[in-house]
Write a protein that binds this ligand. Structure first.
Ligand code: ADP
Length: 397
């Protein structure tokens, strides 16, 4: 089955056409600067990247260009759009009503719409992508795969904030968690790869990328995760602060004479390792290089990042009363040997031993711990598009 996987951001759209039988990617690419001017990057499997500049006032034009590229007689990979059998959409926020992936009908559209205030940048864009696909490929099944769904198994003690109940009951203020598609995919792959029992296992997934989050997965179900109502909570990230004393908001707003929205912009866009490195970079490759050249602020940024990851791992070991395996994933988790070594350096008390040679590897499934380590540690590359494709096929077959 050919599945078109669509991931819409506010001004961008990533896509992959995947053959679900072989799980091979037939073509992929992205549309950028939607609503500004417009640029399509398209790449068929084994072929060169093609860049086309063209007006994309909305996501509908962007998706039309993607579909045209897929059936283009010269570089397309389909004879006709009839060969697309289903479309899988990444959707940010499903609130508390959505606990799993769903075939899109009016009820699902209404929930995504209702959750726009919880995901103001992404949910409206996700809806635009869904509506454009329905218009351009009428009759084809569309499936929504939610970033929040995997975390809906968390118990109330994990997801409730200790603030007045009214805020929870009337405004749905609680921890939701994000990157759920990745946490679900990687925890399943980890269980399979390490030969654990899906019904009796304790796995901690560290998804470390530009946005980073950790989840505790007991018996294949999420019991806690580090991101919250929004992706700002938890680990410190490329440019996000993660956890901090909420009183910092008012304190700095008064000092700087700025409002809460501006402060939140700073906490989302100008904080994290970017801030701790004094604005040097949010990219861990730059930070590692600078640290190696003696830049102390870059060193502090990396230390603070790894320290926070290790603290969350420790708290999730407590949450599950043990751990069988820890998985690293995301751009940093899959590639940054230094961060992995720093994090595991804190976890010797769990009987974890890292294999130095193995830690030089990158970007594939591998075991990072030694044979006598009490807890298995693995690197398991995430693949959110493939996860969305699998969920889509499971629902439309
Ligand atoms: P996103 O959250 O945007 O999906 P990714 O998961 O792709 O992010 O992770 C991007 C980050 O991965 C980059 O900012 C960079 O810090 C880090 N990264 C990628 N490759 C390497 C590498 N070889 N060494 C260290 N860090 C890396």
């Amino acid at each position: 089955m050919n599945v078109l996987v669509i991931n819409c951001g506010s001004s961008s759209l990533k896509f992959q056409l995947i053959n679900s039988d072989t799980e091979a990617v037939a073509a992929k690419g992205l549309c950028e600067r939607i609503g500004i001017d417009g640029r399509l990057v398209y790449q068929p499997a084994g072929g060169e990247k093609e860049v086309t500049e063209a007006a994309m006032p909305t996501h509908t034009e962007a998706i039309r260009m993607v579909l045209d590229a897929l059936v283009n007689p010269a570089t397309g990979v389909l004879k006709s759009l009839d060969e697309v059998e289903a479309i899988g959409h990444r959707v940010l926020h499903g609130g508390s009503k959505i606990t799993e992936s769903r075939v899109i009908d009016q009820e699902v559209i209404d929930v995504i719409d209702e959750c726009c205030d919880l995901g103001p940048l992404h949910n409206p864009a996700n809806l635009m992508g869904i509506r454009a696909c329905m218009e351009l490929m009428p009759g084809k099944p569309n499936v929504a795969v939610f970033d929040t769904a995997f975390h809906q198994t968390m118990p109330a003690k994990a997801y409730r904030y200790a603030i007045p109940t009214k805020f929870y009951e009337e405004y749905a203020v609680r921890k939701y968690g994000f990157h759920g598609t990745s946490h679900s995919f990687v925890s399943k792959e980890t269980i399979k790869y390490l030969g654990l029992d899906p019904e009796n296992s304790k796995v901690i997934v560290c998804h470390l990328g530009n946005g980073s989050s950790i989840s505790a997965v007991k018996d294949s179900k999420c019991v806690d995760t580090s991101m919250g109502l929004t992706p700002l909570e938890g680990l410190l990230m490329g440019t996000r602060s993660g956890d901090l004393d909420p009183a910092v908001l008012e304190f700095v707003c008064k000092k700087e004479n700025i409002d809460v929205s501006e402060m939140l912009r700073i906490l989302n866009k100008e904080s994290g390792v970017y801030a701790l490195s004094n604005g040097l970079s949010s990219d861990f490759r730059d930070l590692e290089e600078a640290k190696n050249n003696g830049n102390e602020a870059a060193g502090l940024a990396l230390d603070a990042f790894s320290y926070r990851v290790a603290k969350y791992v420790g708290s999730y070991v407590a949450a599950m009363n043990g751990v069988d395996a820890i998985a690293f994933t995301g751009g940093i988790g899959e590639n940054a040997s230094l961060v992995r070594a720093q994090v595991l350096g804190y976890l010797g008390y769990l009987g974890i031993k890292m294999d130095e040679e193995q830690n030089k590897k990158r970007g594939e499934n591998f075991v990072l711990s030694t044979a006598d380590s009490k807890v298995k540690v693995a690197v398991i590359p995430t693949n959110e598009e493939l996860a969305i494709c699998r969920e889509t096929v499971a629902l439309v077959k």
